[in-house]
Design a protein around this ligand. Structure first.
Ligand SMILES: Cc1ncc(C[n+]2csc(CCOP(=O)(O)OP(=O)(O)O)c2C)c(N)n1
Ligand SMILES: [Mg+2]
Length: 355
């Protein structure tokens, strides 16, 4: 059955689509992928030192995150999940914000970029993306919405409801599923009885595309094409980006307890998304060794400076947990906020140490 859904590839010997990415865009994608990995490695180290809370790394998923987000326009809406630090950064959330968010000291939204608050509940943001897409369609606005989620997300009712509604009403929305092989300790083979995730598109009468999720240029092109379809009233797309979560689910997880180590080798080696793009760009004359070194050094400097600043930033006010969900806060939440403020005030009065 998976032969009916061939992998869309741009790079490497098994390429089946021409490379249509502008040289400058391709370099920028590479730069942001290096930045994301540098940020990831740094944040994991800080977590191990007890200076950052639980963190979900993107290691291995840089191409899917960054390549896809580069195909969007700033007017488009993005509904991210907890692992999508790279995508939100590309879509306009300042890097400083991304760092503060990872450290639990800020929100993933800055009020300017069209990015929804990061969704921790699995797939609950998919209907929101459909709503945003329907609003754009109703208002004749030239924009799409994209939702990022994982393989595990396809088992949620919200996934099926969102795809069904979007299919019926031709909502200009892109469902971008990063199939990274695992939903915490549950392998994809226990997530679904179908050989692929993309084939679920057929049940909802929408376009389905299966892409090599470690091929950044392919991820860019498939999202660009899905965007064009959405804007020309051809409806939504489900994209399954086949990738791999090299690291743990979060820093609180130990994958050696459920995952065979040899599974990692290929994904760390020949399939590594960053070295694949670097070699591709070098081969087409779009990057020299010296430039690659400079990009790596610049990424380190940027990450170190942002992290330093974030470490020195004050802790976020607990009351912010009530923000960004409702435009007008319901009475019961106003009461809860009031109670919380009273408890905190009493705590402070007694000289308690917060944080
Ligand atoms: C509605 C809901 N159910 C369960 C959880 C607990 N949970 C957190 S992450 C996760 C696995 C998600 O896996 P996947 O969708 O593949 O995304 P990945 O973590 O691999 O990026 C689960 C079940 C949750 N956050 N929300
Ligand atoms: Mg997963």
């Amino acid at each position: 059955m998976s032969e009916a859904w061939p992998l869309y590839r741009v790079m490497g010997p098994e390429s089946n689509h021409a490379d249509r990415v502008e040289p400058e865009t391709a370099r920028n994608i590479y730069k942001d992928m290096v930045l994301l990995r540098t940020f990831d490695e740094k944040t994991i180290n800080l977590q191990r030192q007890g200076r950052v809370g639980t963190f979900p790394p993107s290691l291995g998923q840089e191409a899917a995150e960054i390549g896809s987000a580069w195909a969007l326009c700033p007017e488009d809406w993005m509904a991210p999940s907890y692992r999508d630090h790279g995508a939100i950064y590309v879509h306009g959330v300042p890097f400083q914000h991304v760092v503060l968010f990872a450290m639990g000291k800020g929100s993933s939204i800055d009020g300017k970029a069209r990015v929804l608050p990061t969704s921790i509940p699995i797939s609950s943001h998919l209907p929101h993306a459909v709503g945003l897409a329907m609003a754009a369609k109703t208002l004749n606005q030239e924009r799409v919405a994209i939702a990022y989620f994982g393989d595990g997300g396809t088992s949620e009712g919200d996934f099926h409801e969102a795809l069904n509604f979007a299919g019926v009403f031709r909502a200009p929305v892109i469902f971008f599923c990063q199939n990274n092989g695992w939903a915490i300790s549950v392998p994809v083979s226990r997530q679904t009885a179908t050989p692929t995730l993309v084939q679920k598109a057929a049940a909802y009468g929408i376009e389905g595309v299966r892409v090599d999720g470690n091929d950044a240029l392919a991820c860019y092109q498939v999202v660009q094409e899905a965007r064009e379809r959405a804007l020309s009233n051809q409806g939504p797309s489900l994209i399954e980006a086949l990738t791999y979560r090299i690291g743990p689910h979060t820093t609180a997880d130990d994958p050696t307890r459920y995952r065979p180590a040899q599974e990692l080798e290929r994904w760390r080696g020949e399939m590594d998304p960053i070295s694949r793009l670097r070699e591709h760009l070098k081969a087409r004359g779009g990057l020299s060794d010296q430039e690659a070194l400079t990009i790596a050094e610049d990424a380190k400097a940027l990450v170190n400076a942002a992290v330093e600043e974030a470490l020195n930033a004050p802790a976020v006010a607990v009351e912010t947990m009530f923000e960004h969900v409702y435009q007008v806060l319901p009475d019961f939440l106003i009461r809860q906020r009031q109670e919380l403020q009273e408890v905190l005030a009493a705590f402070d009065k007694e000289g308690g140490q917060r944080g």
